[in-house]
Design a protein around this ligand. Structure first.
Ligand code: MLT
Length: 408
């Protein structure tokens, strides 16, 4: 009889965003007249920019010709995309990344989950708390998280680093030795950022302890302050201890188009092995690359028109973030994030729990959010709102929350 991966049986309930979607659907079915504004999952709403659409059209046309047809591409991504990524995302910031260190993929979510394939089961994994649930759940699936403790809402073998108001939602390296460290800045879900000095402390820790930092910088395009690093590789020493994940999802509206990349420096060795080579081996075996048409679309993001147009979309979402942040502050809520990130982290009033606040806003303001506790125990008492909605709908949602706050 076949044996299943029993780690899957230990996973609690459903994936956070599926559970949120389920609850919104239950509410909508029971209240068909309620027009819900979804500021829950961080999914973009602005259409693809003209430069990207044009590049896709051209690539589709090419694919319909004998000369322009592309079959299997390189598993690591086409040079035309890896080269512009290296140039615009790194060299222009004074960071030297070789195109061969860039692996194009179908999403940062997939890469953050799949990267675990190249690490042994016995590593000690540290995550921020609250945390993007993919880091936790994929380690649980791989058997690195131990047992789920329902009453505590945490896994007994993971090291949780509380990210709370007192530490500005940014953790310092732990006293104990950990092997794999997930960091995400600008942060999902709190919207916090890490300074150069804070990241340097992590890089030094990782190099001293032989750890690896898995750095998710999917939201770097939302940084507005000049001195906040956009990539971990701006930090001296990161090339020997860090892997970075990037995505076109939030920067160029690719959540439904799917394209991202992961940077694994050639100097990153552990246990006598090159992690760049291991990841290359993993990708060549399990992944057949991102479609040619999509990679052409992603490359168009770096053209002068593409850059200008995507910057305008980002500015649109940044304005939403400001509307949410300021609107909820004015209504008396304690609000974090939203200044360098598309996420706004809001404290529930009167010591309410996250799910109760979620239910209240859904029922009384018709605004769907994500309960903070879904991201980890330290998220209890918070909800997360995203800035990726339609501007008018977002402003109206904020006005309804304000009316609710004033009414209470
Ligand atoms: C989120 O809402 O946290 C993200 O959009 C989910 C994701 O990127 O997978």
């Amino acid at each position: 009889m076949v044996k299943i991966n029993e780690n899957y049986l230990k996973l609690p309930g459903s994936y956070l965003f599926s559970e949120v979607a389920r609850r919104i659907k239950v509410y909508s079915d029971a209240h068909p007249d309620a027009k819900i504004t979804k500021l829950s999952i961080g999914d973009v709403t602005r259409p693809l920019v003209p430069a990207v659409v044009e590049a896709m059209h051209q690539a589709v046309t090419e694919m319909g010709t004998t000369e322009g047809f592309h079959g299997y591409g390189p598993e690591q991504g086409y040079d035309f995309l890896r080269d512009v990524i290296a140039q615009y995302d790194y060299r222009d910031r004074g960071v030297d990344i070789d195109p061969e260190e860039i692996f194009v993929s179908d999403g940062a979510k997939s890469d953050c989950g799949n990267i675990g394939d190249i690490f042994g089961v016995d590593n000690v994994v540290a995550v921020c708390d609250p945390v993007y649930p993919v880091y936790v759940d994929t380690n649980a699936m791989a058997g690195r998280a131990g047992e789920y403790q329902e009453e505590l809402g945490r896994w007994n073998k993971l090291v949780y680093m509380p990210c709370v108001q007192e530490n500005g939602f940014t953790p310092v390296p732990p006293q104990e030795k950990v092997d794999i460290i997930y960091l995400c800045f600008p942060n999902n879900p709190t919207g916090a950022v890490a300074s150069r000095a804070q990241l340097k402390a992590w890089v030094d820790y990782a190099n001293e302890n032989g750890s690896v930092i898995l750095f998710d910088s999917a939201y770097e395009a939302f940084i507005t302050e000049d001195d906040i690093p956009h990539t971990i590789f701006e930090i001296e020493g990161a090339r020997t201890c860090a892997i970075e994940f990037r995505s076109f999802s939030k920067t160029a509206g690719f959540t439904g188009t799917r394209c991202a990349y992961t940077v694994v420096p050639k100097e990153l060795n552990r246990d006598g092995a090159s992690l760049n080579k291991l990841w290359n081996r993993r990708q060549c075996t399990k992944f057949n690359g991102v479609p040619y048409v999509i990679q052409r679309a992603a490359a168009a993001v770096y053209t002068p028109e593409g850059r200008e147009q995507t910057r305008a979309n980002i500015a649109y979402y940044q304005k939403n973030a400001q509307v949410i942040r300021e609107g909820l502050s004015q209504a008396g809520f304690t609000v974090f994030g939203g200044a360098n990130a598309p996420y706004i982290w809001v404290k529930a009033p009167h010591n309410m729990g996250s799910w109760d606040f979620f239910d209240l806003l859904l029922d009384r303001a018709h605004v769907a959010t994500t309960p903070g506790v879904g991201f980890g125990p330290s998220g209890e008492g918070y909800i997360r709102l995203t800035a990726f909605g339609d501007a008018e709908a977002t402003a109206q949602a904020v006005a309804r929350i304000q009316a609710l706050a004033h009414h209470k």
